[in-house]
Design a protein around this ligand. Structure first.
Ligand code: ARG
Length: 465
């Protein structure tokens, strides 16, 4: 009995049609259709090379290129019909090409496999994704910098163990995030160097038996170099892992920022108010002002971590070279890139509307014995070894705490009960003077922070922002 004519290019080898469940299970078109643009670019470069090398007739090469360009337009315009029976984006486009230009289409897949094809598509996608992520990171850094500059002299308590520790400039605190996102940009740019390698020409796994010109294809597609080992070229997904790892780290940073915004906007802290346009209400409690955007930004980190774990697990123990397992590289990658981009953008949009309650945060910075370190440092300047000074001030804090007083409410006589080295000068310590005293590279003194703000601005300007 003759089987129904299949749309699959490899159907000739089989007596039976593919089981519908197997077909649905293995088809990747719902995910990899996003690679269409890159697949077409890759095929155009490949066809031009084949014609230039005399591997296919010139007219066929031209017909292929024209047909592919039209297919690109059809896809852009949403006029393309994707078919599951055709498995993936590569087969969908090739089948459409055959409909459009006839038998010349059958020459396109000369000297190529879907294995080197998909690896190429993926790298083209990653290049664009990295460019987009870096631009979004720069915009977020810009928003952080604007907020820092607008509140450059606001004082807040710095924390360790989430206990008030020492006074800080609010701008100094925000610039910590600027640094994190700067390192993130560096990681994505570093990843890009290893993405920038052309796999096409590796064939299915062993290279191809035609006189192809890989450098020409690399130039056409904008790759800096061609891969050195055909097996590695088709089975390597390191750059997907690297992108996902960089995305996970970036989201971790976003989640820490988001968490602080959530904390600071509570009645308990009350340091900031998030703009109404970026909070949510409650269906039952009419008074609520929930930091929805910050909470979700914090939470979406989880799925990006999950995607990283997923690709690492897919790759673990996988034999060379291509296995269909590798098809599972895309869904998580796209999800991480989408999640990252949308999160970076919405957090950057939320920052300009943040209002800072300078009075309240400065008041908080003055409470809870945050000057204790500086009182100890005061004694050190009078000649006491730090460890001893620490002990003296520990007793002093206990004394004040038992009386419900702050250090600034004690008299010099009370100070002197703990050490004769204390004099009037100790009463001059306040949040401002201790912040000013931290005048070391990387410190929170206004002078250092002003310079840091300038440096940050220059860094963004040199990145084109
Ligand atoms: N859809 C496949 C993927 O995403 C394309 C490569 C398929 N190769 C193969 N030999 N079945 O990885």
């Amino acid at each position: 009995m003759a089987k129904k004519k299949s749309a699959k290019v490899w159907a000739a080898r089989f007596a039976k049609a593919t089981d519908p469940q197997a077909e649905a299970f293995t088809a990747s078109i719902d995910v990899d259709r996003r690679l269409a643009r890159y697949d077409i670019a890759g095929s155009i470069a490949h066809a031009r090379m084949l014609a230039k090398q005399g591997i296919i007739p010139q007219e066929d090469g031209e017909a292929i290129v024209r047909g592919l360009e039209e297919i690109g337009e059809e896809i852009e315009a949403g006029r393309f019909e994707f078919s599951r029976e055709l498995e993936d984006i590569h087969m969908n486009i090739e089948a459409r090409l055959r409909q459009k230009i006839g038998p010349a289409a059958d020459r396109l897949h000369t000297a190529r496999s879907r294995n080197d094809q998909v690896a190429t598509d993926l790298r083209l996608y990653l290049k664009d994704a990295i460019t987009g992520v870096v631009a979004s990171l720069r915009r977020l850094q810009g928003a952080l910098l604007d907020l820092s500059e607008a509140n450059r002299w606001v004082i807040m308590p710095g924390y360790t163990h989430l206990q008030r520790a020492q006074p800080l400039l609010f701008a100094h605190h925000l610039l910590a995030y600027f640094e994190m996102f700067d390192r993130d940009v560096g990681r994505f740019q570093d990843c890009l160097r290893r993405v920038d390698v052309l796999p096409l020409g590796a064939g299915a796994l062993a290279g191809v038996s035609y006189r192809i010109d890989r450098r020409f294809v690399a130039r056409e597609l904008g790759f800096g170099r061609v891969s050195d080992n055909s097996l590695d070229a088709v089975s390597d997904r390191d750059c997907v892992v690297e992108f996902q790892a960089a995305a996970a780290l970036t989201m971790m940073h976003v989640s820490r920022l988001a968490e602080e915004l959530v904390l600071w906007s509570t009645a308990e802290f009350g340091f900031i108010q998030i703009d109404e346009a970026f909070v949510g209400g409650s269906s039952i409690m009419p008074q609520k002002r929930n930091p929805d955007v910050a909470e979700l930004a914090r939470a979406k980190t989880g799925r990006v971590y999950g995607n990283l774990m997923s690709i690492l697990t897919v790759l673990k123990g996988l034999p060379l070279a291509y296995c269909l397992d590798l098809q599972e590289d895309k869904a998580g990658l796209f999800d991480s890139a989408d999640t990252l981009l949308v999160t970076l953008a919405v957090v950057a949009a939320m920052l300009p509307g943040i209002r800072v309650d300078a009075e309240r945060s400065q008041a908080a910075a003055s409470e809870s014995y945050t000057l204790a370190t500086d009182v100890a440092d005061y004694l050190v300047r009078q000649g006491l070894p730090f460890r001893e000074a620490h002990g003296v001030v520990g007793q002093l804090v206990r004394y004040a705490d038992e009386r419900g007083k702050g250090l600034s409410e004690l008299s010099v006589e009370e100070y002197r009960r703990f050490s004769p080295l204390f004099d009037e000068g100790v009463l001059k310590l306040d949040v401002r003077s201790v912040i000013e005293a931290r005048d070391v590279p990387g410190g929170t003194s206004p002078r250092r922070v002003a310079a840091a703000l300038k440096r940050a601005r220059r860094r963004l300007e040199s990145a084109g922002l």
